[in-house]
Write a protein of this length. Sequence first.
Length: 435
Amino acid sequence: MINLKVVMNTFDISRKLFKRAVRVIPGGVNSPVRAFRAVGGNPLFIERAKGSRIYDADGNSYVDYVLSWGPMILGHTHPAVIRAIKKAADRGTSFGAPTALEIELAELVLKIYPSMDKVRMVNSGTEATMSAIRVARGFTGRDKIIKFEGCYHGHADGLLVKAGSGAMTFGLPDSPGVPKAYARNTITLPHNDVDALKKMIEGQWRDIACVILEPVVGNIGCVLPQPGFLEAVRKLTRKNGIVLIFDEVMTGFRVAFGGAQAHYGIKPDMTCLGKVIGGGLPVGAYGGRKEIMAMVSPEGPVYQAGTLSGNPLAMTAGITTLKELSRPGVYKKIEKNCVQLEKGLRDAAKRAGVKTRFYRAGSMFCTYFTDVDVLDYETAKTADTKKFGVFFSEMLQSGVNIAPSQFEAGFMSLAHSEKDIDHTIASAYKALKKI
Ligand SMILES: *Cc1c(COP(=O)(O)O)cnc(C)c1O
């Protein structure tokens, strides 16, 4: 039996840092999901991380399932990645001119994602989706876009309509500051609803530039595509000259090495990547079919640029991460970890008598505190956020770090050990017993 005794220090230093932070940074954080508003309390300030663990400023240690919201699939401070970054830094941190590194990462990405003929590097997932949509509009000469409720595609204007976890957690489905004229060009449909999509496209196909979606919706937890949904989206978009964009910023390299498109066997016209592709440094990417990417400046007329895009440190972290991921046995080990955790969590909920739904796609997963099958935004909302709050605090006290919101996915890394996962399962059982 696992020894659950975790001696926690106080959270005094984090508390003090947070007090300082709120004076100079809105809400004390540089991205809203980092705040603990949904679960109460102050965010932890992190000092360092190694492998499966992160360490806060008070010296507490946690098994980490946030993994920087997905990127750290190899675990934190992976030796090969850190070594490569240090070496690259010695040669210079930014040139604003092409480097061989950019070609290397692009070639790697195109090999892993054969639906893309060309790819452009940017600095975040937000930039990737925002740019891909601009290109899709330029390519089709149409203005409207279709997105699905609960899908998050970054924080660009026009995409913050029913946009998943951050907005959901804070009760802001639509953000002030987005001009109505922008939002008007965003059509939002219920996820997994083929009929709604069919009806909309039949009526307005002449105006619709693209359909963008998360093939597995990670930004309301983990919502799987219903059988036939992605196939229907592909068919309807192709038939009507609409660009299909898979936002694989989260699912890329997680649902499978080749993303959800490899797992489900669907070929989108464009793909957005982020998170894992930068191995912990800021990288996003968008790419697609030749004739679409030929629209991108300077090859074509659609403008999109970036002073730090293709940054040598970021490219190096990305290249090294993808190379490590392509080693034999890596995905097998991650899958083994996930199976152990899934089995353990399902069993713990059963033993504790707490009704939950657990979903997983590759190394992203979510436990919902609900007795309803979660198929979309509406059913995700049935989850009991109070119960989640209790669960979150108990897990933290046991030294397990999960995202401070019911509507976020959890992530697994290569670095998690059997012991880490056993500890997590035992902690979860103890936490569930308190609900
Ligand atoms: C995280 C995420 C984004 C935004 O990426 P950033 O790097 O945070 O700008 C876009 N789409 C999806 C699906 C994401 O999960």
